[in-house]
Design a protein around this ligand. Structure first.
Ligand SMILES: C[S@@+](CC[C@H](N)C(=O)[O-])C[C@H]1O[C@@H](n2cnc3c(N)ncnc32)[C@H](O)[C@@H]1O
Length: 524
C-alpha cells in the first residue's frame, strides 16, 4: 500500500452507521415499495455492521419489497441487446404478454444513441427518459471511453447526478453511509486500478468532490452492487440499490433478489418472523462452502460463519482429512472448466479433464457425484449436449446435475429445473423409434410424459413461490404447463392415479441415470 492509499483510508474512515440516524432511515425506506414495514438496525451477525429487518411475520414466498435502484448499468458486450433504460432484452425469452416468445415474435429493435453510439434503447420514449435522467451528462464521456467496466460507468452516472443536483440530500447521505471497504479494496492487487479510475472519473466529470470522496464512492459501488438478474436468468447488468445493499449475506438466506425490467424485487424464500434480519446470498448458493468462503473473502472481505458453512466444512474435514487445501484448488480448476465449457464442444475431453482433476484428491479419479462443482458442471454439460442435439446424453447429465445438487429452493433451483424440463420436453416429442433407443432401462414415452407433467407441476409451484405469480416468467411457465396438460389425456398431477405412475416413471429414470432413489422429487 503506498502513501496515497493511507491518505484515502484515513479520510474515508469517518463513516457513521446508518441506523444512528433513524429519521434518515425512515426517509430512505419511503423510497421503496414495501409489502411489510422494514427497519434499519445493527445487524445480528457479529461484525456485519448495519442490517435490514422485518417487523411482521411473513410466509415463505411473499414479496418483501420492490425498488427502483439508484443506478443500473448494462453489462459490457450486451449493450446492443439490452435497453439502457427499461432493461428489456433482445434475447429475453419472455414476451411482454407473459408467455414464452416464439420464432414468429418480433424482438425489440434496439437503436444506439447517435452521440456515444454506446447505449442502446428499445424505443424513443426510453431514450428520452434516459437522456433527461442521466444520459445527457455522460454521453460524451462514454463515447470517449466505451470500454469502461459497468461499475465505472455507474460511478460516472452517480457523480453526474450528484453534480447536477438530481439526487436528494437524504439519498446522497445514505449512499455515503454504505460500507465502502476502502482500506480493503486498496489492499488488493486492483488498488492501482481503483485509484486510477477514481482520479480519471473525478477529472472527467469535473465534480466538486475530493478524490477521497470519489474513491470512497467507487469502493461503495464495488462492495454494494448487485447483478441485474432477470427471473429467467443470465446477468444483464449491474445495479446499486441503497436499501437492498443493507441486506447482509447468509449462505442459507431467507430472501431472494431478482429483477423485472429495471426494477428490483426481494421475496422471502422461508418463513420470517417479526424482528428477523433479512439475508440474501452474495455468492452462488449452490457452490461448496470452500468456494463460497473464497468469494466472500476476496470480494466482500469477511469470513462467513453461518451454520451451513460451519457444517459443510466440518463434514469435509471428516470426509477428506488432510486434503482440504487440495480439494479447494481442485474445485477452482473445475470451476474454470465450467466457465470455459461454454466454448468447448468436446464433451469427452471435458469428462477426461474432470477425471484428471479428480485424481488430485481422489486416487480412483471419481469426483463424488454430489460434491460441487460437479453437479453444476453436469448442468452446464447438459446444455451443451442439448445444443448439439444429443438429447439422451443431455438428459442423463441434466438429471444427475439437477438431482444431486444440494438445494431445492430459490432461483437457481427453479432455473435448473426449467432447463432440465426443456430437455425432457424435447425427448418426449422425439418420434417413438428414436426415444425407444434399444435401452430397456430407459422409461417409455408414456412414462416420460408423466415425468414431464410431474416436474412441470413442481416448476410452477417453485416459480410462483420464488418469483411471484405476477412476473412474466411465472405466467409463461404456467402457460406451458396448461398447454402440456391439454395435449395429453393421462391423469393430471394432484390425483392418486398420477402420483403412482409418476413415482414409478421417475424411479426408472433415476435408476437409468445412476441417481439414488432418495434424491427423487416428491410431488407437493
Ligand atoms: C452490501 S454490504 C451490507 C451492508 C453492510 N452491513 C453495511 O453496514 O453497510 C456488504 C458488507 O457487509 C458485511 N457483511 C455482510 N454479510 C456479512 C456476514 N454474513 N458476516 C460478516 N459481515 C457481513 C461485510 O462487511 C460486507 O462487505
Amino acid at each position: 500500500m503506498n502513501q496515497d492509499s493511507n491518505i484515502y483510508i484515513e479520510s474515508a474512515s469517518s463513516r457513521v452507521a446508518l441506523y444512528e440516524d433513524q429519521t434518515l432511515c425512515t426517509q430512505l425506506l419511503k423510497t421503496i415499495t414495501v409489502a411489510t414495514p422494514l427497519q434499519i438496525l445493527p445487524s445480528k451477525i457479529p461484525g456485519a455492521g448495519v442490517g435490514l429487518f422485518i417487523t411482521k411475520n411473513i410466509e415463505d414466498g411473499e414479496e418483501i419489497f420492490r425498488s427502483e435502484p439508484l443506478v443500473n448499468c448494462v453489462m459490457n458486450g450486451m449493450q446492443s441487446l439490452v435497453c439502457d433504460y427499461c432493461y428489456c432484452s433482445r434475447e429475453g425469452v419472455i414476451h411482454p404478454s407473459g408467455r414464452f416468445r416464439t420464432t414468429e415474435d418480433t424482438m425489440p429493435d434496439m437503436k444506439a444513441c447517435g452521440g456515444c453510439k454506446f447505449c442502446y434503447y428499445c424505443s424513443k420514449a426510453c431514450q428520452k427518459k434516459a437522456w433527461k435522467r442521466y444520459h445527457k451528462y455522460e454521453c460524451v464521456m462514454f463515447s470517449e471511453a466505451p470500454n469502461m467496466h459497468p461499475r465505472t460507468r455507474a460511478l460516472y452516472r452517480l457523480l453526474n447526478m450528484n453534480k447536477n443536483e438530481l439526487l436528494s440530500n437524504e439519498l446522497w447521505v445514505a449512499l455515503n453511509g454504505l460500507q465502502p471497504h476502502v482500506k480493503e479494496h486498496l489492499s488488493t492487487a486492483n488498488a492501482e486500478l481503483v485509484i486510477g479510475a477514481s482520479q480519471f472519473a473525478r477529472a472527467r466529470t469535473d465534480t466538486d468532490l475530493s478524490i477521497s470522496e470519489v474513491l470512497s464512492l467507487y469502493c461503495t459501488l464495488l462492495t454494494n452492487s448487485l447483478c441485474i438478474f432477470p427471473a429467467e436468468g443470465k446477468t444483464i447488468g449491474t445495479s446499486l440499490d441503497i436499501v437492498a445493499s443493507l441486506m447482509n449475506h447468509s449462505c442459507d438466506p431467507n430472501a431472494f433478489v431478482f429483477f423485472e425490467g429495471s426494477s428490483l424485487r426481494v421475496r422471502s424464500i422461508r418463513k420470517l418472523l417479526s424482528g428477523d434480519e433479512i439475508t440474501q446470498s452474495y455468492t452462488d448458493v449452490d457452490m461448496d462452502a470452500l468456494i463460497r468462503q473464497q468469494v466472500l473473502k476476496s470480494d466482500f472481505f469477511f469470513a462467513c460463519h453461518c451454520n451451513r458453512c460451519e457444517k459443510q466444512i466440518r463434514t469435509h474435514e471428516e470426509r477428506f482429512p488432510g486434503k482440504i487445501d487440495q480439494l479447494e484448488r481442485s474445485q477452482q480448476q473445475l470451476i474454470q472448466l465450467i466457465n470455459e465449457a461454454v466454448c468447448l464442444t468436446d464433451v469427452n475431453k471435458i469428462e477426461a479433464d474432470v477425471r484428471n482433476i479428480a485424481t488430485q484428491v481422489f486416487p480412483d479419479g471419481n469426483w463424488p457425484d454430489d460434491l460441487e462443482p460437479l453437479p453444476s458442471l453436469r448442468i452446464r454439460l447438459a446444455g451443451i449436449l442439448k445444443a448439439q442435439g444429443r438429447l439422451i446424453d443431455a438428459l442423463k447429465q441434466g438429471i444427475r446435475g439437477c438431482m444431486l445438487s444440494e438445494r431445492r429452493i430459490g432461483g437457481t433451483w427453479v432455473r435448473n429445473l426449467f432447463d432440465l424440463l426443456q430437455i425432457i420436453a424435447r425427448v418426449v416429442s422425439l418420434p417413438k423409434q428414436t426415444t425407444s433407443i434399444p435401452d430397456p432401462d430407459f422409461p417409455n414415452q408414456d412414462q416420460m410424459w408423466h415425468i414431464l407433467h410431474g416436474y412441470l407441476h413442481e416448476l410452477v409451484l417453485g416459480a410462483t413461490k420464488t418469483f411471484g405469480s405476477g412476473t412474466g416468467y411465472t405466467k409463461a411457465i404456467k402457460g406451458w404447463y396448461s398447454d402440456c396438460l391439454r395435449s395429453d389425456n393421462a391423469p393430471e398431477p394432484g390425483t392418486k392415479a398420477f402420483a403412482k405412475r409418476f413415482k414409478k416413471a421417475q424411479s426408472k429414470l433415476l435408476l437409468w441415470a445412476g441417481v439414488d432413489e432418495n434424491r427423487a422429487i416428491v410431488l407437493t
